[in-house]
Design a protein around this ligand. Sequence first.
Ligand code: FCB
Length: 437
Amino acid sequence: MTTLPTRSRFPGGFVFGTATSAYQIEGHARGGAGRTHWDDFAAVPGNVIGAEDGAVACDHLSRLDADLDLLATLGVDAYRFSASWARVLPDGRGPVNTAGLDFYDRLVDGLVARGIKPALTLYHWELPSALADLGGWRNRDIAQWFGDYTDTLLDRIGDRVWSVAPINEPVCVGWLGHFTGHHAPGLRDIRATARAMHHILLSHAEAIGRMRARGQPNLGAVINLEAALPASDVAADRAAAARHDSLFNRFFLQGLTKGTYPDAALDGLGPHLPLGWQEDMNAISAPLDWVGLNYYTCKRIAAADGPWPRLAEVPGPLPKTDLDWEIYPQGLADFLVSVAQDYTGDTPLYVTENGMAAASGLHDEDRISYLARHLASVQSALANGVPVAGYFVWSLMDNYEWAFGYGKRFGLVEVDFETLARRPKASFEALAKALSR
Ligand code: FCB
């Protein structure tokens, strides 16, 4: 049986946590939240398996205390959660939903009372529908709307949160939402993609600027990386993998840390970026206190015909998770080293998400082994001198896995979506044990 490395095998002060997001667990239909573009996306046949949405999810909203007790039992140092923009401001701007602010206030108090650091994400994908009506991420004004939301939320909870990251996984919001159409708003439009990707970073910059101005400590960014492996050794496949790497992994990383976009991404997106985008890059690359990397898998990329980016994903040979994602822990070790070397230097890195979808229920030995292998990659990066400061498991509990609905389970805790009962899995016990030593 696999065990997880104990806390004592990591540097003193290393932060262990779990992560969730608002729409995936809270139960969006309750508590006065406004409609979001994920509700609209899920309502169209074919977008989400079973047309499932986040209306009830894990009903975390009414089970907050019991869920926080689970975190305390697990023994984590930090909890990465997100606030829902539409729960705070139902139309994205204008009148505040006081019940929404009250909820996040109780959440933060509950964490602090249990000795757990609140790690806040401001946006994890549920854009208020009223802002989507105005073009959402395609509209440059979103930076100001997002800044105002940031201030409204932090006026209430900013004094107690440990860290803040503006936007979870910009490439999923920008690329999957506007180019592949796999995520809300489900567009397949290159001009929309380029504008959204740039405005996401502009909004990040606006939020960071406002938070710096208010003296908010410990500000970072959370990006997701996928090892881009060529499907074969043929030059065309290697070039296609490099294109994927530039638009998926490097666009945001390079924008945030160097204030430039990779040439290979500009080849396709450049003509569609908003006029004068270069003038925003200084603000976009303002220094951060930490950078968070979400890591799950690799992609095998082959050259394809047709318009830019002329690439296709092909299946690879490694064992896969229940989402058919290849299990490739080496990719995490490689990224931690290369990101530090090429982009972030001495800035602390956190693994802000890592975990697997598994159908193994309570006896999730497969998840324990996945976590053990990825923690070994973290240890190897540490041994190579990379300043890794923490590791967060995705996710505390089974939840709404976006376009895959409730069928794909990432939790350390099982959720019965009929009764909403929670039951810790073997991986929960294994992590609790590792963290106690
Ligand atoms: C990440 C998302 C998170 C969850 C995991 C499996 O890309 O941030 O919400 O869906 O993948």
